[in-house]
Design a protein around this ligand. Sequence first.
Ligand code: SF4
Length: 88
Amino acid sequence: MNKKLTKKFAPGHATCAGCGIPTIVRNVLNATDDPVVVINATGCLEVTSTLHPYTAWKVPYIHNAFENAGATASGVETAYRILKERKN
Ligand code: SF4
């Protein structure tokens, strides 16, 4: 198993046996550069990876309602851009 993948999405989630979601998530996260923030609308991925008090996420993670994930992602991107400008 690729260690880089397990650093961002850990095993121990509660997806059904044989579910493709963990493989997809790990491949997507492996294609990202840091910093990365995951914005996730309600669904199997959210329910199975964030069983309180545990989480499979090893990166910043925001759970959203269905209708506002895009708006949240836009806000995160804007905040990142502003913080980056202030740092320079
Ligand atoms: S998508 Fe949801 S219901 Fe379907 S196999 Fe994965 S965890 Fe199970």
